[in-house]
Design a protein around this ligand. Structure first.
Ligand SMILES: [Ca+2]
Length: 232
């Protein structure tokens, strides 16, 4: 008698269900490990470094001030927000044909005070940046802070140069979101102190000043209950 092997009616469906469970699990795992989205969803990977930059990546001009008395008159700054670890200051710099060859710069992280740079949270002095091409080329420079700086809420990043050599690249037609400011020295014909660069040069979407930051590290279990659970 011929025997026909008949698969159990539920066999395929059980296999399919098993594969479906595996597939859904994989999708969940992939979704959880996706990089930070534009919407700001947190990710599970620790200390992912991202670039904060208001400028749109194309620059229409550059700014400098000819009178920059120490320690920081003539400095430029941009505002960012969020609770992050700042690891580096990003500067998009240019220089005109025939301009000075080089100059040292000081980079800063400031707290926010009344909508302008306030207390110095970090400073790296006498930095030699090397990627400063002739306009219309623009060079990106990243200055490492050494020890990352934890910031919260609104904070500022910027720089001051020792001599008149480098122009900070300026984005005029980007989406905006920047708060480009300059610390105007006394006697320059404008109100003294931190002012919008718009006051001197007209509407500016953003300066080429950004930051490399790390996302917050997920909290470690610290309660006794959690620790005890680990060793159960
Ligand atoms: Ca632009």
């Amino acid at each position: 008698m011929k025997t026909t092997i008949v698969r159990p009616a539920g066999g395929d469906s059980r296999a399919l269900r098993a594969w479906a469970v595996i597939f859904v699990g994989l999708v969940c795992a992939l979704t959880m490990s996706r990089p930070l989205s534009a919407g700001g969803q947190p990710e599970t990977e620790r200390d992912r470094q991202i670039l904060l930059m208001h400028a749109d990546g194309t620059y229409e001009t550059g700014y400098i001030h000819s009178d920059m008395p120490p320690p920081d008159w003539g400095a430029f700054a941009e505002k960012y927000e969020g609770s992050v670890l700042v690891g580096g200051v990003v500067l998009d710099l240019i220089r005109p044909q025939g301009g000075m060859e080089n100059t040292a710069i000081d980079v800063y992280i400031w707290s926010d005070g009344g909508g302008q740079p306030s207390s110095v949270m970090a400073i790296v002095r006498d930095v030699e940046v090397t990627n400063v091409p002739y306009w219309p080329d623009v060079g990106r420079n990243v200055v490492n802070l050494g020890a990352p700086v934890w910031v919260e809420g609104a904070w500022w990043v910027g720089f001051w140069e020792h001599d008149m050599a480098y122009y900070i690249a300026a984005d005029l037609d980007g989406p905006g979101g920047g708060t480009p400011m300059m610390k105007i020295p006394p006697g320059a014909g404008y109100p003294t102190g931190w002012q919008s660069v718009d006051l001197v040069w007209g509407p500016t979407a953003a300066l080429g000043i950004g930051a490399e930051v790390d996302l917050p590290t997920p909290a470690e279990p610290t309660t006794w209950g959690s620790i005890k659970a680990l060793y159960r």
